[in-house]
Design a protein around this ligand. Sequence first.
Ligand code: NAD
Length: 319
Amino acid sequence: SKTQVGFIGLGNMGNPMAKNLLKHGYPVIATDVFPESCKELQELGAQIVDNPAEVADKADRIVTMLPSSPNVIDVYTGANGILKKVKKGSLLIDSSTIDPAVSKEMALAVEKMGAVFMDAPVSGGRYAILAVFRRAHLNGQEDASVGAATSGKLTFMVGGVEEEFTAAQELLSCMGANVVYCGAVGTGQAAKICNNMLLAIGMIGTSETMNLGIRLGLDPKLLAKILNMSSGRCWSSDTYNPVPGVMEGVPSGNNYQGGFGTQLMAKDLGLAQATATNTKTPVPLGSLAHQIYRMMCARGYAGKDFSSVFMFLREDEKE
Ligand code: NAD
């Protein structure tokens, strides 16, 4: 039978991920600082313990899914952290989106204890699955795509020692459809940060374009249709359109609830800025996108889906 897998951080993402491990027959031992988030998993048979050290004492494979860099540092190196009890030869996979410099620091600290660290941030979520369903439906190929969408919803971008990738893949493939090896530790984070910077820029571009077209007298549905058969087409225009009423099953059709929060997007853009500064890389549009999403957070959009930038751009209508 399969040996216990540790899971730390049972939030929006961690909860369904840990459930998928259970579903694939892995006994799970888990913890979260917020006891309420452990309830569902406990009812499904997971063992819940008090802190990360206890998880590390019992499991030699551990997945962490935490909000940001300081939480990861705390869970690894804190007073009751993983490193207090980690076993030699353990495999520690961090799926949080954090600064790649912190991933490298954690990898060094873990290596000193004779264990292995890999960064494996994820892309995707509920709306990404819906998009796969919708596209499969439109193309009349329901079987293939629906299978892929239900078995694994996420894409993992993995950084670390290549020899350990197969071991990481065994666990990650229970939780995601795509598990991609990116290179040395930190490169998974790099891939994730790059994707989200482009996503942020594309969403703002789509929103201001749609807004301009609407004010020029175009019907939003028609404009989206034309963009999507032309060279302006992108994920934000054809899969996750930010204008209410253009598409069904996306946050713009549901008052921007659910989806990917503006605050998380602002965090990821902040990471992109930090890495761009460190590498002296010009990212003028990424920088502007960061400022726009930060302003949105200060104006009450923090908890709304990031496509609500469309509404933010239309605030002048209130005046
Ligand atoms: P979340 O806030 O819902 O969950 C994080 C969990 O970690 C919470 O339950 C919290 O109580 C727990 N936690 C925090 N500090 C802890 C500690 N010291 N010890 C134990 N538990 C602790 O966040 P989420 O939406 O699940 O996102 C997790 C990560 O995944 C983030 O880095 C985020 O950027 C990334 N991500 C999120 C999405 C998304 O759509 N939500 C998509 C892709 C990637």
